[in-house]
Design a protein around this ligand. Structure first.
Ligand SMILES: [Zn+2]
Length: 296
């Protein structure tokens, strides 16, 4: 286990306990989420170190990394995924000034495959060996290990995307610095993360599936994302909701809280979450941040 003595966003060292929860998905181990007294960032501490975290992803049920398995939840996941791939592509097309795209944490590669078919020059980074080889063999994509990031050329990319990935990254500032180095000055960075200020986060409390401990190391709000962006001379250009996530996260959270697949309740709560967000500063279950480099 690794214990942080500094806030992963602002670097200050005064924290308060925020929430005690468990790895409901896999190990049932208990973890503590702390809240930074200076910037409000929520993060798990202590947490598994870089050498230990691998085993927390080793489950046949980890759907985002397993393209082969079929069950009902998986079917729903795929349906949502296909809808969201099209939405993500549209967004990238709208904001990117060029066609060179890097997707960090690309999983089995469906998103970059779709972009490639639609005229983008794509590369992917994926730490998982299984999803990486699936992307190679199934879609003939250029997908590399994380270490490959250091070989990428300065200002090479027009657009870099991290779809529900930044919350998993061990060295947050180092990764941000690297991203900024390889993105061109007019480039676009797109980061999607769960929002711990959403209605579903408050409603489900420790059962909120997007805490996903200990795989999610950080729990961003719009305020803490803004602080992280400023630290790296980035400005948030747009904040876009991921409305479907409210339903999927509610479904998983219902399962963690009650042990049952409460489809009906999940749909109701998905709507409640999205209604709340419309009236409350866009605090949707998950948010997409479109970031640009500050002009120096
Ligand atoms: Zn802080």
């Amino acid at each position: 286990m690794e214990k942080l003595s500094f806030c992963p966003v602002c670097g200050k060292s005064n924290f308060s306990p925020f929430l005690q929860s468990s790895d409901f998905f896999l190990t049932q181990e208990e973890y503590t989420i702390l809240s930074c007294n200076s910037c409000g960032m929520k993060f798990v501490n202590p947490r598994p170190g870089a050498s230990e975290i691998g085993k927390y992803y080793e489950s046949p049920d980890y759907v985002s990394h397993d393209a082969g398995k079929k069950n009902r939840l998986n079917f729903l996941y795929r349906l949502i995924r296909n809808m969201s791939i099209k939405k993500k592509h549209k967004l990238v097309k709208e904001h990117a000034r060029g066609k060179k795209l890097l997707d960090i944490g690309c999983g089995t590669g469906e998103f970059i495959f779709f972009c490639k078919q639609n005229g983008f020059d794509v590369k992917g980074i994926e730490p998982g060996e299984k999803p990486r080889s699936f992307a190679h063999t199934e879609y003939k994509l250029d997908v590399y290990e994380e270490a490959y990031l250091s070989q990428l050329v300065l200002q090479e990319f027009d657009v870099i995307t991290l779809w529900h990935v930044l919350e998993h990254v061990n060295l947050l500032h180092e990764r941000m610095k690297k991203i900024i180095e390889i993105m061109n000055p007019e480039g676009t960075l797109i980061i999607a993360v769960p929002n711990c200020d959403s209605w579903d986060a408050h409603y489900y409390g420790k059962f909120w599936a997007a805490y996903d401990l200990p795989r999610h190391l950080y729990h961003f709000s719009q305020e803490t994302m803004k602080i992280l962006a400023q630290k790296h001379s980035l400005k948030i250009d747009r904040v876009i909701p991921m409305k479907l996530d409210a339903f999927y996260i509610s479904l998983l959270s219902e399962k963690y809280a009650t042990g049952k697949q409460n489809y009906f309740q999940a749909v109701i709560n998905g709507f409640r979450s999205n209604c709340f967000a419309r009236r409350n500063k866009k605090n949707y279950s998950s948010l997409i941040y479109v970031l640009k480099k500050e002009k120096s």
